[in-house]
Design a binder for this molecule. Structure first.
Ligand SMILES: Cc1cc2nc3c(=O)[nH]c(=O)nc-3n(C[C@H](O)[C@H](O)[C@H](O)COP(=O)(O)OP(=O)(O)OC[C@H]3O[C@@H](n4cnc5c(N)ncnc54)[C@H](O)[C@@H]3O)c2cc1C
Length: 436
């Protein structure tokens, strides 16, 4: 039996970041993944947009702090990965306003944090997005709804912010974190599935003592962190900790398409990422003259919850392809709808309020970084530090449930109250979608 200070379950972008921070702090760490490589889970499907538009102060602060880590990636890692480094590509972000004043709360939070923005009217938007139809069609509709073809009621306005962007290769970013973690001694084991979270009684109280693997081996450790992405709710069930969670998480199937970028609206033309909440989807430019297009869970669209993350259809459906393409064609009349879908289906790990869970559990020594709700790639570098602080506090005898850890943000000098990501929180008031 191998013995470590900590076992991280899952070698995605968040698991690799947790491993880096724990190893940097002097712990012996092993990361166990049932897949074949770092970042091969949902991370590899990520659209990897870096933005700051969330509904709560702690979420905005978290994304804003994490962005400075992406911008100085080598500084954050403390290493240069010889296999290549992921790059942050700044595009800015444009969020279309909807009649329910969806951006009012974001503007208040950005004013508080000091994030700059402008409010663009249709004239300003036509400079930023040449050739785009700036009609307001809200609410989003299904394409078989006759009202889908209605004329626009008015013209769009938008919140425009210039510091957002994306990471050009999400899997490589996870590999970079793993490379840096290895420099501090972390070990990675692949094709090994955790099938049991082991407990032992210490002074009459059960606490975690390691994990059991499908190959019959056991790894001993006083700390186990569940970073299993869309599988994390199953791992929490293995650990027997779900009864102590007021916020739960479960997998949601999502489709993302790659389409040719319309003329004048490519990455090199300076087009921003666009949250088109007026029609119910988002798109961002991609190197190579394409766009990535995904949905924002408008009310008219059915959500596809998945019971077994091991078995879901990883190919896009014709129905979703047509919906997405017709919405895009409505917004960009010059867009030529491709004849066949190019894209993928993958799983979000969605928490009840679409805010992640970065927390301890009712089982001493067992922690979780899950419920990442389709929007936490951007926070991966800082989440490793959140988890390190929570684990340090608990091992020093503080109870994070009673006395929540306050994380010191270097960029802003402000505290992020990690109770905001507690499994025991009241549901946060959010958009209830991937927008957070
Ligand atoms: C289509 C899509 C688009 C997205 N777009 C964005 C975006 O634009 N911006 C943004 O910020 N976020 C985005 N996200 C979210 C972000 O990508 C995820 O939150 C993030 O990648 C999750 O990383 P993770 O390490 O938690 O999980 P994963 O990358 O899924 O890693 C979990 C790992 O755990 C392993 N595992 C599971 N069960 C076990 C077990 N029993 N034993 C051993 N190993 C196990 C899996 O093999 C897997 O490798 C998107 C997600 C998806 C799916």
């Amino acid at each position: 039996m191998d013995t470590y200070d900590a076992v991280v379950i899952g070698a995605g972008v968040i698991g690799a970041s947790v491993a880096l921070e724990l190893a940097r702090g002097g712990r012996s760490v092993v990361v166990v993944d049932k897949g074949p490589a770092v970042g091969a889970g949902s991370t590899s499907s990520s659209v990897s947009i870096i933005r700051f538009s969330y509904s709560t102060l702690d979420s905005v602060l978290t994304a804003w702090e994490a962005a400075s880590m992406w911008r100085d990636w080598e500084g954050h890692l403390g290493a240069v990965d010889p296999d290549g480094m992921a790059r942050f590509i700044r595009t800015g972000m444009c969020i279309f306003n909807t009649p329910d004043d969806n951006t009012a709360r974001i503007r208040r939070l950005w004013d508080d944090v000091g994030i700059g923005y402008t409010i663009a009217d249709a004239a300003a938007l036509s400079d930023l997005l040449p050739g785009v139809d700036l009609g307001a069609y809200f609410p989003p509709k299904r394409i078989d709804d006759p009202a889908f073809a209605d004329e626009a009621g008015s013209e769009l306005t938008a919140l425009v912010e210039l510091e957002s962007g994306f990471i050009d290769d999400p899997k490589l970013a996870a590999c970079n974190l793993a490379f840096a973690a290895r420099q501090h001694g972390a070990q990675f084991r692949f094709n090994e599935e955790v099938i049991g979270i082991d407990r032992a009684a210490v002074n009459g109280t059960d606490r975690v003592c390691g994990v059991s693997l499908a190959n019959g081996q056991q790894i001993l450790a006083p700390v186990v962190i569940n970073v299993g992405g869309p599988h994390s709710s199953l791992i929490n069930e293995l650990a027997g900790v779900t009864d102590g969670m007021r916020i739960r998480n479960r997998p949601l199937r999502q489709e993302v398409f790659t389409v040719p970028a319309p003329e004048g609206l490519r990455l090199q033309d300076g087009v921003p990422a666009v949250a088109d909440l007026d029609l119910g989807q988002y798109f961002r430019p991609q190197p190579g003259g394409t766009w990535l297009v995904g949905g924002t869970e408008p009310q008219c669209d059915q959500l596809h919850w998945v019971d077994d993350p091991e078995h879901f259809d990883a190919f896009p459906t014709v129905e979703q392809f047509e919906t997405s393409m017709m919405r895009l064609a409505r917004r960009v009349p010059q867009f030529g709808v491709p004849h066949r879908p190019v894209g993928l289906a993958a799983l979000y790990d969605v928490a009840d309020d679409w805010v992640p869970i970065y927390d301890k559990s009712d089982l001493p020594g067992y922690f979780m970084a899950c419920g990442t709700s389709g929007n936490q790639f951007k926070n991966a570098p800082i989440v490793g530090q959140f988890m390190r602080d929570i684990i340090d506090a608990e091992q020093a005898g503080n109870d994070h449930d009673q006395q929540p850890v306050l994380f010191h943000g270097r960029r802003t000098g402000r505290s992020i109250n990690l109770a905001a990501f507690s499994r025991r929180r009241d549901k946060a008031a959010t958009s209830g979608t991937v927008m957070g």
